[in-house]
Ligand binder design. Structure first.
Ligand code: SF4
Length: 472
């Protein structure tokens, strides 16, 4: 069956989006699920804002939705398989609900484009990460029976003028997307192909969003980007240039009660200025996510990570010297093309050297279209990949427990984010080092969004348990 596809990649570069079709307001419901990285969660809040501005209201029940959206990740094959499986769970509901539309957003949409409509007949709309402004048009066309696609990548789009609608939020912590895309070309990564070139969002719009969040009770913002350290914005009016270090200070200056976090840093771009900015403001959290991916120089070169293990270790040393006690986490890939047992041991060694508090750990999954897929053979057998990953996970569990055990007896300033998952009479919050603490509420009359000083009595590898010593 030929599918009549309305493509939107004829829109001229930077052409402002003008709604062609007005949607009946207020009657339609949308349901959205986000997968993968924090950027996708943040994007889903942008999508929610665009839909609400076009008369949709959000629902948490997909059975009652007129529009179901999956905001997808494509970083590993498994992430895409998860989406394909999830789609099958909507089949019955869609067959029973006339006019229900299903849309695929995010990196899988961008990677597969119109092919996704061929492969997944249930899908009506395919929209890439830079195409969300055109959603009302895509929905109107799909609603008239015409499957629609927009996977145009942009060099300007930052959605700076769109105020995200906070989904699933705890009302205390929020993401602020400060830039989009990535100019690094790590050979294993699809992101440069699915999210395009780097562009930094105007500094004023970031500060306004952070101020609005603070004024509405949020007490922590995480500045988001694939590679935040390369944030670089020049105001065409004043010709003033704002680097990431400067941006950190500007956001932190909003209020000492507003915590500032950021993610993700590419080791080659995190500058001394950023570290010094972190020491200048107590409310810039003492935590850095610093993906290493591998500990072996030959593999780092094949990955096109542009640093050596020695260089990375020196960066860890510099961080710990300038910010003593700074929490560091990482990303690790096991079993990259041609990785030997010796190479693997060097990854374990750099983990032990860096004493990560936590890491996101995966085995290599070849992604079509990437440099690695074109140039290298995915030659490490899966059982060896899995065994090496298991060793990496076991080591990280040991490092996490050690790091938490060293905190027993210490007192941390904790931002209360809400009830602990297990007990309603306990608070859950995090320290500046991004460690999770749970502690009894007792009679301090605290609310979520308040700060408390908590003494640590015990721990697991994931959590510190303590009692309130004092309140701020
Ligand atoms: S820095 Fe590398 S791994 Fe990270 S998003 Fe960019 S290309 Fe991918």
């Amino acid at each position: 069956m030929d599918i009549n596809i309305k493509r939107h990649d004829e829109m001229r570069q930077g052409e402002a989006w003008q709604p062609i079709v007005q949607i009946q307001s207020g009657t339609k419901k949308f349901y959205i699920e986000s997968y993968g990285c924090q950027m996708n969660f943040s994007d889903s809040e942008i999508v929610a804002s665009i839909l609400q501005a076009n008369g949709f209201s959000a629902t948490t029940q997909f059975e009652t939705a007129d529009l179901v959206l999956l905001n997808t990740c494509s970083i590993r094959e498994k992430a895409e398989q998860t989406i394909r499986k999830r789609l099958t769970e909507f089949r019955k509901v869609k067959e029973g609900r006339k006019g229900m539309l299903i849309g695929i957003l995010g990196c899988m949409a961008e990677r597969l484009k119109a092919q996704l409509l061929e492969e997944e007949k249930l899908v009506d709309i395919v929209a890439g990460p830079d195409a969300y402004r055109s959603l009302p048009i895509l929905i109107a066309e799909a609603g008239s029976g015409q499957k629609s696609v927009n996977v145009l990548l942009s060099r300007e789009e930052t959605y700076a003028d769109i105020s995200p609608v906070r989904l699933n939020g705890n009302g205390v912590t929020a993401y602020i997307s400060i830039m989009r895309g990535c100019n690094n070309m790590c050979s294993f990564c699809v992101v440069p192909f699915t999210r395009g070139r780097e562009r930094s969002r105007p500094v004023q719009s970031i500060l306004e969003e952070a101020q609005q969040l603070f004024d509405s009770g949020f007490r922590e913002v995480t500045l988001l980007g694939q590679n935040v350290d390369s944030y670089y914005y020049t105001d065409t009016g004043t010709n003033e240039t704002v680097t990431f270090a400067k941006l950190l200070e500007l956001v932190a200056a909003i209020s000492p009660l507003l915590r500032v976090r950021f993610s993700t840093s590419h080791p080659k771009d995190i500058t001394r200025d950023v570290l010094l900015a972190m020491t200048k403001y107590k409310n810039i959290c003492r935590y850095i996510h610093l993906p290493v991916q591998s500990g072996n120089n030959r593999i780092l070169q094949l990955m096109n990570r542009t640093y050596t293990r020695e260089w990375y270790k020196a960066k860890v040393d510099e961080i710990k010297k300038i910010i003593p006690g700074c929490g560091i986490s990482s990303d690790i890939i096991a079993g990259f093309c041609s990785e030997t047992e010796e190479d693997h041991k060097e990854t374990m060694d750099i983990m032990a050297y860096s004493k990560y508090d936590l890491s996101y750990m995966y085995f290599y999954s070849e992604r079509p279209g990437t440099l690695a897929a074109k140039r290298y053979t995915d030659d490490v057998p899966e059982d060896i990949k899995k065994r090496r990953l298991a060793e990496i996970v076991a080591l990280q569990n040991k490092l996490s427990l050690q790091s938490n055990q060293e905190d027993i007896g210490k007192i941390f300033e904790v931002l209360i984010e809400g009830d602990s998952k297990k007990k309603k009479d306990e608070w859950m919050g995090r320290s500046t080092h991004n460690k999770v603490l749970v502690f009894p509420k007792e009679n301090f009359g605290l609310q979520k969004g308040d700060y408390a000083f908590v003494k640590v009595w015990s721990c697991t590898k994931a959590t510190l348990m303590g009692r309130i010593e004092n309140i701020k």
